[in-house]
Design a protein around this ligand. Sequence first.
Ligand code: NAD
Length: 435
Amino acid sequence: MKIAVIGTGYVGLVSGTCFSEFGHEVTCVDKDAGKIKALENNIMPIYEPGLDSLVARNVGAGRLTFTTDLKAAMKGAKAVFIAVGTPSRRGDGHADLQYVFAAVEEAAGYIEDYTVVVTKSTVPVGTGARIKARLTELLPADKFDVASNPEFLREGAAIEDFMRPDRVVCGVDSERAHDVLKELYRPLYINETPIVFTNRETAEVIKYAANAFLATKISFINEMADLCEVAGADVQEVARGIGLDNRIGSKFLHAGPGYGGSCFPKDTRALVSTADEYGVPLKIVRSVVEVNEARKRAMAEKVIKACGGDVKGKRLAILGLTFKPNTDDMRESPSLDIIPALQDAGAEIHAHDPKGAEEAAKMLKNVTFHDEPYSTMDGADALVVLTEWNQFRALDFDRARGLMKDGVLVDLRNIYAKADPAKHGFRYTGIGRGA
Ligand code: NAD
């Protein structure tokens, strides 16, 4: 089947590439000519493990192309996926839908034969209905349907998540749209992937409910960590102790500096705003947002406290800047709150991130970036782990301590066994490890 994907970012590029791997004929469109040119030369605009080889294979097979020309991309396409950004609107936290509606307007101009307009972008409940209303003004009713097909991939594991998802959710209001989406995802039927067909509104809510629930687990365990810290308990063991209960599950129970990234912060805020508009106050999700905001601020204070209550003039070595490992995505990373707060308190910041430094340099001021971890530690007063990249787990503690002026180690991801750094002369502070 021929399809077009509007927006060639994390979601559009991965989805488009994976659809082509399924055997479909995919054209990925983006307004950013630089991005498209780079992709034509197999230079990925994002860091995502395995993506470059998958793109190269499908481009080579003639199933995947990149263009800025939407008209050409839509010629003969049975479905057009909208995978543009839906960032937080300034002021009210609502999802900013301007890019989605701009894409809808543009696509409408090129619809000739029946086409399913599919939102893959995360959009508030009711958006599909608004898109349908707008398209009804522009096109005859038999030329289009509007469907919702939210995406659940995780950055860093995006290809695996797309090719072998826990489930696919499709919100449709016509049999024709149902059949197009069913045909697109047919390769997944072979693996018996659950494909949830439902109405559009339900699909839209499923996406936000999933993200809000996962964010809730994170804020929940972070609050438990605070209790553990003062009450002599260990949050790692609490997480294991509750996570082994199948009704709870062990995922998303890692205490840390608060959730970040391109989805959870904006989606939890947007869900609260959307529900407010519907007159339904979501008290739990609102608290999750508040707990997370407060947590990021509290983390800088934690580092300062570990440094004896003062970081003025002190050199801090920071390991990890991205919101999680295996991505270069810096959007709403906790580091963007924690580092400026430490700088405000007078600290000098030296940082290393395996993939995120280039993006981080656009967002953080007065940070000295290093290509490898150990040079950050040269003469440092404290070492702070902000992101749990695998390469930091097997740190050579003797070498690190030898380089540093003082032995403060603040592990905001609990990647080290509590006793290990102490054996090498570090004074260790983790998260929720009061035991
Ligand atoms: P992104 O910012 O990485 O990419 C969006 C792309 O769309 C950009 O390249 C931009 O140039 C392009 N674009 C915008 N308007 C356009 C237009 N009119 N025509 C052509 N191109 C246009 O965004 P993303 O992270 O891929 O997220 C996209 C959507 O998917 C969001 O709604 C997000 O919430 C959702 N989502 C993201 C993830 C994730 O992990 N990043 C996961 C699930 C869902």
